[in-house]
Design a protein. Sequence first.
Length: 85
Amino acid sequence: MSVVRKHSVSIRGHRTSFSIEQPFLDELRKIAETRGMPLAALIAAIDEERPRDANLSSALRVFVLREAQRTAIVSSGSDSAPPTD
């Protein structure tokens, strides 16, 4: 089991922190690299889109989960999209 660790990042000109397990952070880095963007830019985009009542750490985990679901669907050739909340 992975330990939750605190990380700091600068988004939109201010420092913020999030607490996340290493496997989630590793996946975020892979997604950012695949998209050709810095990790901080990906985190800023996720932060911008998250519901205001959701914390950033949770939003990052949900983003990684949804990306994994989307990738699995694309890989399987299915036409159905992952559920949205």
